[in-house]
Design a binder for this molecule. Sequence first.
Ligand code: NCC
Length: 276
Amino acid sequence: GQKLSPQSILCQLRDRVNMSTIERSELPPEASYWSDYLPIESFQKKVGRLGRCAVVSSAGSMKFSKLGEEIDSHDAVIRFNAAPTSGFEEDVGTKTTFRLLNSQLVSESNLRFLEDPMYRTGILLMWDPSQYKADLRQWHLNPDYKFYDRFVKYRRMNPEQPFYILNPQSSWQLWDVIQENSSEKIQPDPPSSGLLGIVLLMNLCDQVNVYEFVPSKRRTDQCHYYHRFFDQACTMGAYHPLMYEKNLIKKLNQGDDNTIYYSGKVTLPGLNGLQC
Ligand code: NCC
C-alpha cells in the first residue's frame, strides 16, 4: 500500500470511483424486461446538490447514542438495508432521504422487502456485487443475486417511489482505492453498503457526517442496534473488508478523535469543492 495524504485519497475517491446509477440505455436490449423499470429521471438530477448529510450505520453501538435529533438536523440522511427508525427514533432519528439496499435484501423473499412498509420512504438504491471488472452486459447475465423479478414487482407496486441501481463497477473501483491505501493484501470482496453510502453522499453533499461507522466508546459485539444478535465480525468484517474501510474513513476525518470516542461521528468533506 502507498501512503497518500488525506487530500490525495479524497482526490482518488473523486476521480477514480464513478458513483453513478445505471440508466436504461446502458443495458443490452435483453435486459429490458427489468431495465425498463429503472427511473427515467437520472439520480443526480433528481437529487441535485445537498448541504449537510448524515450516514447512519446499522451498528449496535447506535443504541443508547441519543443521536436522533442531531441526525435529523441534516439536509439528507442515508440508512441501510433493514435498519428501522420506528421504535429507535431517539438514537437514530426519523428522517430517511435515501435507503441503500444490497441485492440480497431485495431478492430473498424471507427478508420481506415487498411487504414491509418501512421501505416505502425515501429514495431507494440497490447494489449488487459484480465480478471484478465485469461490464454491464456480463453483470446482467451473472449478478450475485437474481434481483430482477422482485425489482420489477416492487416498481409496479410503488411506481412513484424513485428506485435506482448503482453501477456495479463502482464498488470495485472503490475496492481498488481501499487496497492501494492498505498495507496488507485484502481479500477481493466488495466494500460494505455502509462505505458505498458514504462515498455516494460525498459526491452529492458539501459535508458528510458519518455515525458509528468508526465505532465510539459504545462499541459492542451486538451486530445491529435493532436486533439482539451478537457477532464481532459485523463491526470488524468477515466478507466485506470492513476494517480497511474504517481505517480509510478514519484517515479522512476532519473532526477530532474525541468526537469519534463520544459520538462515533466522523466528518468528511464533499468531493465537489475539492482542489486536486
Ligand atoms: O448489516 P448491514 O450490512 O445491513 O449494515 C449496514 C452497514 O452498517 C455498517 N455496520 C453494520 C454493523 C456493524 N456492527 N458495524 C457497521 O459498521 C456497515 O458499513 C454495513 O455495511 C451490507 O453491507 O449490505 C450488510 O448487509 C447485511 C445483510 O445482508 C442485510 O442487513 C440484509 O439483511 C450483511 N449480513 C449478512 O449477510 C448476514 C452484512 O454482512 C453486510
